[in-house]
Design a protein around this ligand. Structure first.
Ligand code: SF4
Length: 318
């Protein structure tokens, strides 16, 4: 937890105003929300708070993004909180690849997989899998595993800039691989994909395939366009990124950010320079302003994916 992190009560005030403004969809992410007992408890408290505030008829969601290492420890709390979905970052089902990618040992890997298996019939689960040269040959098996266990999966190509999801630009240059061939193979097996955008029509278009058992396989394909804000994004060092604007973020310090990867220019404060939380009216105005900037986001030509490497994918196994 950062030293300037907002207290739970401060977050509740911001979330309350967000619901007032009309936000309905909330994802709890990190860092790792379940890293410590304190961060886990705060996550459950805030998720409960949002679930109670939000109108049941809104059709909104409360999701938890996690690396999965502590799912077993918090199994009961996760079920009780009533998350709409668990998004578990997992790039491999092979312990050796996990060790080399996550730099964590076999116990963490086993806890992650055991946690997924323990919760899969209690809460909808989606694996978040970044695909690179290091795991491309494992993707067909991961998809089969998901289809057999009623777990959705989303495949991402590696982001080409330094970010929390995929690591460094240097890592991307060494490991990037296009998902185009996977997409073609999935289309051959499951038929034409549905095209999906983030809530409100923002973000990056995703292809969604559905297996005969109802498992969803999403692909973040970076070749089409993404939504940006000319007001916000052009001063961002990542412009044009591979995601585009897709959701507002309440950072650990409580400030409202237009995206996870943006900087100061992409931030609206939620407390004054002396550190005091702004009034509810000021927070509400800032949230509404942020939502307005989202509405004005432009759809611009995408930068184009990195050059794809040769792909060795056993199409018949998908
Ligand atoms: S502000 Fe966010 S969405 Fe916009 S270019 Fe930067 S990283 Fe991408």
């Amino acid at each position: 937890m950062q030293s300037n992190a907002l207290e739970t009560e401060g977050f509740k005030q911001i979330l309350k105003e967000a619901v007032e403004v009309g936000f309905t969809d909330f994802s709890f992410t990190g860092g790792e929300p379940l890293l410590t007992p304190q961060t886990a408890q705060r996550t459950f408290d805030l998720a409960d708070f949002v679930n109670e505030l939000r109108d049941d008829e809104s059709g909104g969601y409360t999701k938890l993004n996690t690396n999965g290492a502590h799912l077993l420890r918090y199994q009961d709390e996760i079920v009780t909180t009533g998350f709409t979905e668990l998004k578990v970052s997992l790039d491999t089902l092979d312990p050796a690849t996990f060790r080399s990618l996550a730099k964590r040992g076999e116990k963490v890997f086993q806890d992650t997989v055991d946690g997924i298996m323990a919760l899969k019939d209690e809460v909808p689960i989606r694996l978040q899998t970044v695909v690179g040269k290091y795991n491309i040959d494992q993707i067909p098996d991961m998809i089969d595993f998901c289809a057999e266990n009623n777990i959705d999966i989303k495949l991402f190509d590696i982001s080409r800039y330094d970010n929390a999801l995929s690591g460094s630009a240097a890592f991307a240059n060494d490991n990037y691989i296009s998902l185009e061939a996977i997409s073609t193979a999935l289309e051959y097996r499951y038929g034409t994909a549905e095209i999906k955008y983030a809530v409100g029509g923002y973000g990056h278009p995703k292809k969604v395939f559905t297996t005969s058992s109802g498992t969803k396989i999403e692909i973040r394909d970076t070749s089409p366009s993404a939504h940006y804000s000319s007001e916000l994004c052009q001063s961002c060092p990542n412009y044009q990124c591979q995601d585009g604007l897709c959701n507002l973020v309440i950072a650990a310090d409580g400030h409202i950010r237009f995206c996870r990867e943006g900087g100061v220019d992409q931030t609206i404060p939620s407390h004054d320079t002396d550190g005091a939380l702004m009034t509810p009216q000021a927070i509400r105005l800032n949230l509404a302003k942020a939502a307005g900037i989202f509405s004005a986001a432009q759809n611009v030509e995408h930068h184009g994916a990195l050059k794809s490497s040769r792909l060795h994918l056993p199409l018949s196994v998908l």
